[in-house]
Design a protein around this ligand. Structure first.
Ligand SMILES: Nc1ncnc2c1ncn2[C@@H]1O[C@H](COP(=O)(O)OP(=O)(O)OP(=O)(O)O)[C@@H](O)[C@H]1O
Length: 770
């Protein structure tokens, strides 16, 4: 361990490097600004070639300035000191390419010289002489910063994490990867400061936003982040192993590595809006914005947004792949509605022709014999109606023998009928253009739904399903739950969207009027940006799709997500032991269908960075009940703070809200708030969500109440888990949901039991006893 003076000396040395980096950044900002000015002066020139060049320059300089001006909390965060490499070629970023040390890098007496020092940061910066001042964390030369371990150090002797804020270096933490070597740098012995950066990072207080882990990515995580973008990268790992963090860093890595390819957009699918807002800041902190869309499962369909939950049995039905058949029937059946006309009367060639209800039913049956989406069958419906009318009119019998003449007569008949406004009105009412929402609204009618679900869903469950949509109006607007969004997406495909004549753009209208467009470069760049934003919003097919908490996607949700990455490469991260979906095998089948026969690469993460060992031990008992035989991840940290067990006041039945329960939860939450600097999460059964929010009123914004399903993916410095038995009993996947609840704490855990939990004399509930 180094003394204070060497700590100060090392910090000062890093400060000098950071000063040099900022000096260089300022030079580059000046250069970029000069380019911008120069470009705008060239706008006077006015030839088309010069204008295009000016636009390109302004664009490049703008991007550059933007990146340099970004507020980086710790722009420079790492450093590695390396032995001489086995070969002496340099890569594009000025660093030596060799991963392995030269044979004579370490002398026989165990001494060695540091041959190269690399600083690692959020973006790369070259000095004026093209030597690397900072290496981008995603560049190949930065990989040893993450990959080297004492077992396999490669050229790295010392790995250093630099903590800084703005332009000030606050401190350094070192790991010595070759403790057996006595290394010298510029003639001085290599100092080693602190106990390593990982523990320092893990111990810090949490806020309501996830932090990036760029300074302390571990080797097994780095393998995933930098895995080649081959078809499907599957990552499994227990709670707290960094799956979400790794997935987000991988998005940034892919963009760095092949920006052109991923300009097609990266979609990150997250289970809840809470997790979306928790993770949203990570990519901007890595210097990436714009190309990555993080969306909750309830926000994947344009124009519909849901964050509500259904009762477990209803959610189970809505997620089941059998819903496809029900929806197909509904999409067709919903063509008939209370106002559907039962008779078609037209005048053709001066005579009245009529189709009655029976005839219309037969025509509808024939039209639906096709396989096209329902809304796209309208032209077919028109044709079949005309055929039926022609048949009924008897005109066929009076037709001339000459086929050409006969065709003319028939064409005249069709035109005659079609020109009647009544015919169009009839068609609109008889084959209306359906929207997914309208069909969902139709499914709220239990009798109709029973017909569409016959032979598919058990009759006894249809009523509950229909009742879940009772709040929708006839157009399908009203409260939606998250599983409804996948149903709307399926309906969107089953119904299809008829092509509409394209509206001319404003520019085209102006051009038609002979008006010359007069715009500035700034106007055009705004227009370009707006167009890009609009495209991003409308985008439904991505170049890469990352699915977080993949174990929770229902078969219907896999179908929805699969449609967004038909040509994509994929990263799928999850943990079967945390699945709140009741039929995980069905989900796995649906996942395999969505991913098709693309080759898979599998990775496993094995270390729990979130929970202290004291918390993990307790959670592992529930894991053993929920998934016997599954190996839990290894917790790397221990705090010496045992979880606390408290019991609700005697006589307050756990399934009845009482003053006592409210008081106890409040009291325990307050205790935890006093014990940690950061956040406190109070996790209750879904049925208690609303009440729990009220219990905590006035305790400030460091504490939040969560239903068990909402806790997915999140973490808090301290967690209060209220009645494990209530959480476990709430659904067939309840034990796995409880496992999620128990693995949210980074420091402290309190478990509060009611009578139903059968606590022992120490207050330990039945489910958590050894
Ligand atoms: N290498 C690392 N350095 C510092 N912190 C890390 C590292 N890896 C993970 N963490 C931290 O551990 C915590 C858990 O990470 P994350 O939420 O990504 O795990 P997860 O596997 O997605 O968990 P869960 O399955 O419970 O959702 C986060 O606070 C994350 O910042």
């Amino acid at each position: 361990m180094a003394d204070d003076t060497s700590r100060e000396r090392e910090t000062r040395a890093e400060q000098a490097h950071l000063d040099a980096v900022y000096h260089r950044l300022e030079e580059k900002i000046d250069e970029a600004e000069f380019l911008m000015n120069d470009a705008s002066q060239r706008s006077q020139v006015g030839t088309p070639g010069a204008l295009a060049e000016r636009d390109a320059q302004v664009f490049r300089a703008g991007v550059h300035l933007n990146r340099l001006n970004s507020e980086f909390e710790d722009f420079l965060f790492g450093r590695i000191d390396l032995l001489a490499g086995a070969d002496a070629t340099r890569g594009q970023d000025g660093a030596y390419l060799s991963v392995e040390p030269a044979q004579d890098a370490v002398r026989d007496d165990g001494t060695a010289d540091i041959a190269e020092t690399l600083h690692i940061g959020r973006i790369g910066v070259l000095d004026a002489d093209y030597s690397p001042l900072v290496i981008d964390w995603r560049a190949p030369a930065a990989a040893p910063f993450y990959r080297s371990t004492p077992l396999d150090p490669g050229r790295v002797v010392r790995r250093r994490v630099i903590r800084s804020k703005g332009r000030r270096v606050l401190g350094v933490e070192d790991d010595l990867l070759r403790p057996e070597v006595t290394a010298r740098l510029d003639g001085q012995a290599l100092a080693v400061i602190g106990d390593g950066a990982l523990m320092a990072a893990l111990g810090r207080a949490r806020g309501h936003a996830m932090q990036d882990i760029v300074a302390s990515i571990q080797a097994e995580q780095d393998l995933v982040i930098r895995a080649p973008a081959a078809s499907v990268t599957m990552v499994e790992g227990g709670p707290g192993t960094g799956k979400t963090a790794v997935a987000l860093h991988r998005a940034a890595y892919l963009l760095y590595q092949d920006r052109r390819r991923y300009a097609g957009g990266i979609l990150v699918v997250s289970p809840t809006p809470l997790l979306v807002s928790y993770t949203e800041g990570v990519l901007p902190s890595l210097g990436e914005e714009g190309q990555v869309a993080i969306r909750a499962l309830g926000s994947l369909v344009e124009g519909a947004e849901a964050d509500g939950y259904d009762a477990p049995e209803v959610a189970r039905l809505k997620g089941d792949a059998r819903m496809v058949r029900v929806l197909r029937n509904a999409a067709r059946g919903a063509l008939e509605h209370p106002g559907t006309p039962e008779r078609l009367r037209v005048v053709a060639y001066g005579a009245r022709v009529e189709l009655d209800a029976e005839a219309l039913r037969e025509v509808r049956r024939q039209v639906l014999g096709g396989s096209a989406p329902v809304n796209l069958m309208r032209p077919r419906a028109r044709r079949f109606l005309l055929d039926a009318l022609w048949e009924r009119s008897g005109a066929a019998a009076r037709c001339p023998d000459d086929p050409e003449l006969a065709a003319d007569v028939r064409e005249g008949f069709d035109e005659d009928v079609s020109s009647e406004p009544e015919f169009e009105e009839f068609l609109d009412a008889w084959w209306p253009e359906l929207t997914p929402r309208r069909v969902l609204a139709a499914m709220a009618d239990e009798r109709r739904l029973a017909g569409w679900a016959r032979r598919t869903l058990p009759a006894a469950q249809v009523g509950r399903l229909a009742a879940s949509w009772a709040g929708l109006d006839a157009q399908g607007y009203g409260p939606l739950s998250v599983p409804d969004i996948a149903l709307l997406d399926e309906l969107r495909v089953l119904l299809g969207t008829p092509a509409r004549p394209r509206q001319p753009t404003e520019e085209e209208l102006l051009a038609e009027l002979g008006v010359q467009e007069v715009t500035t470069a700034a106007d055009r760049s705004t227009a370009r940006r707006e167009r890009a934003e609009r495209l991003a919003e409308e985008r439904t097919d991505y170049a890469h799709v990352i699915v977080d908490e993949a174990q929770d996607l229902t078969p219907m949700q896999w179908r929805m997500v699969g449609r967004r990455g038909r040509q994509a490469t994929w990263t799928v991260v999850g943990d079967p032991a945390q699945s709140s979906w009741t039929a995980p095998e069905e989900s796995a089948t649906a996942r395999d269908e969505a991913l098709g026969n693309r080759p898979r690469r599998r990775f496993e993460l094995t270390v729990n960075y979130r929970n202290p060992a004291e918390v993990a031990v307790l959670a592992d008992r529930v894991l053993a009940l929920a998934m016997p035989g599954v190996e839990p991840p290894r917790a790397v940290r221990s705090t010496g703070l045992e979880p606390r067990f408290a019991v609700l006041p005697a006589g307050s039945p756990a399934d009845d809200v009482t003053e006592g329960m409210a008081r106890t939860v409040r009291h325990e939450a307050r205790l935890l708030l006093g014990e940690v600097d950061g956040t406190v999460g109070v996790v209750v059964a879904m049925g208690r969500r609303a009440q729990a929010g009220e219990w905590l009123a006035g305790l400030g914004d460091r504490v939040v109440a969560l239903g068990s399903l909402e806790a997915k993916g999140l973490e808090y410095d301290a967690t209060l888990v209220v009645s494990p038995a209530e959480i476990a009993d709430e659904s067939p996947a309840g034990l796995r949901v409880l496992y999620v609840a128990l693995t949210r704490a980074t420091q402290r855990l309190t478990v509060l039991s009611g009578e139903r939990d059968l606590p022992d004399a120490d207050g330990v509930p039945d489910l958590l006893r050894d």
